[in-house]
Design a protein around this ligand. Sequence first.
Ligand code: CAA
Length: 257
Amino acid sequence: MKLENIILKKKNKVAIIELNRPKFLNALCDQLVMELNQALDSIEKDNSLSVLVLTGSEKAFAAGADISEMKDKEFIDLLKDDFIKPWERLSKFKKPVIAAVFGYALGGGCEIAMMCDIIYASENAKFGQPEIKLGTIPAAGGTQRLVKSVGKSMAMEMVLSGKVISANEAKEIGLVSAVFTTDILLTKTLELADDIANNSLPVLIMAKEAVNRSYEGSLEEGMRNERSLFKSTFSLLDRKEGMTAFLEKRKAKFKNK
Ligand code: CAA
């Protein structure tokens, strides 16, 4: 498939996907989501890539689902074809994903950012779930992930009023982990991505799965899964190398094995 709505780049062990539909503020049309999913499949299979950075343009990370594609749909159309279903691919992506958010991350854009493991934002970033203003509600996990990230009161405030918050507010409530000036956001994100990518890929995948199990399920189930993944790291040469390197006071040389 020719990529017309995203740009895919690779830098060392880091893949970078840029949402690229600037005329429509990266509104997430079906074609864009198909291209995104194709890129995710190829990055997941590529053993030379350990981390993904997902970003947009300077004005918008993504302004939500494509309203012009949704406008004339009827309930029966959604019953027959759940157009949001393919969006879930990102949340199942095994390798670490960092969102670098410039500009608007609204509706589905905010939901896509929340599917990423870490969100870094530029000072001009704006987050919100304005679906209520369109007479509907978030559909790609917004009501669920927001409450986990920022707590019930703020999630309710955002979902019920549709208010849009600034990058600094998003940092204050824990939606993003850092805010940078627009000129350095990408550099800072790539620094973090490189830092993460220098770790063992199989262990990164296990660590991500362990954290996600807590995020997505119960404490007891999450703890059980964490313990079993911890034990599994002892089948890796990288686990042995990491501990040996520490005791020999040198940097570990991971081989992703
Ligand atoms: N879908 C389709 N087109 C969109 C869009 C969207 N979500 N967001 C922006 N656009 C289009 C505009 O229609 C406009 O197109 P034209 O030039 O052809 O008129 C173009 O992008 C530029 O947008 P604006 O002129 O509106 O730009 P602005 O700077 O004045 O405002 C904005 C920016 C505040 C983000 C405004 O565009 C906006 O409010 N967008 C909609 C945000 C929204 O409601 N998102 C939720 C969508 S529903 C959803 O996502 C459901 C879900 O949970 C899955």
